[in-house]
Design a binder for this molecule. Structure first.
Ligand code: XMP
Ligand code: MG
Length: 179
């Protein structure tokens, strides 16, 4: 299965280092507060679970599952909520935890949704950012790595639900798609 990877873009060690840095930054920014960390399933699960272990403040965690209507490979910007939050978000400081921001359509829809409820604040933290692909102006408040326009897998990210368990971020060999 490792043979399916053309190139390792970000190593396990680089991810660990970065996630620890992001955790420290968030701990300082939210000192004295208890942010509600919202993980967007499923891609962001590994990032979220590592990130919170590097935060030395109280946090709460919740999970959301969304899917984008229409074409399957690119998001349409119209988001269907498959699993909503269990937590009441009014008055909360929300941190949306994402695996990757691509077109930005999914996230800008979510941010609008949150902003229509009476939250106290909202920030976006993403492990990966593909800014060249953006279709809406959306800048994460914190981002781990800016990556080129290539489809990546590993550390939560999948192709057909596989590769999520790989500890690094890699680029798939083209023949994997055409199989
Ligand atoms: P937006 O709305 O920003 O969508 O276009 C972001 C979502 O698209 C998926 N995505 C990827 N998933 N490797 C993946 O495994 C990639 O390179 C990639 N680029 C985008 C992902 O689900 C993300 O949440
Ligand atoms: Mg995904």
């Amino acid at each position: 299965m490792e043979n399916d990877i053309k190139e390792i873009l970000i190593t396990k060690e680089e991810i660990e280092q970065k996630v620890s840095e992001l955790g420290s930054i968030l701990s300082k920014e939210y000192e004295g507060k208890t942010p509600l960390m919202v993980c967007v399933l499923k891609g962001a699960t590994l990032f979220m679970s590592d990130l919170v272990r590097h935060m030395n403040i109280h946090v709460e965690m919740d999970f959301m599952a969304v899917s984008s209507y229409g074409a399957s490979t690119e998001s349409s910007g119209v988001v269907r909520i498959l699993k909503d939050l269990d937590t009441t978000i009014e008055g909360r400081d929300i941190i949306i935890v994402e695996d990757i921001i691509d077109s930005g359509l999914t996230l800008s829809y979510l941010v609008d949704l949150f902003n229509r409820r009476n939250i106290n604040s909202i920030k976006i933290v993403t492990l990966l950012d593909k800014p060249h692909r953006r279709k809406v102006s959306l800048t994460p408040d914190l981002s781990g790595f800016v990556i080129p326009d290539e489809f990546v897998v590993g550390y939560g990210l999948d192709y057909n639900e596989r590769y999520r368990n790989f500890p690094y971020i890699g680029v798939l060999k083209p023949e994997v798609y055409s199989r």
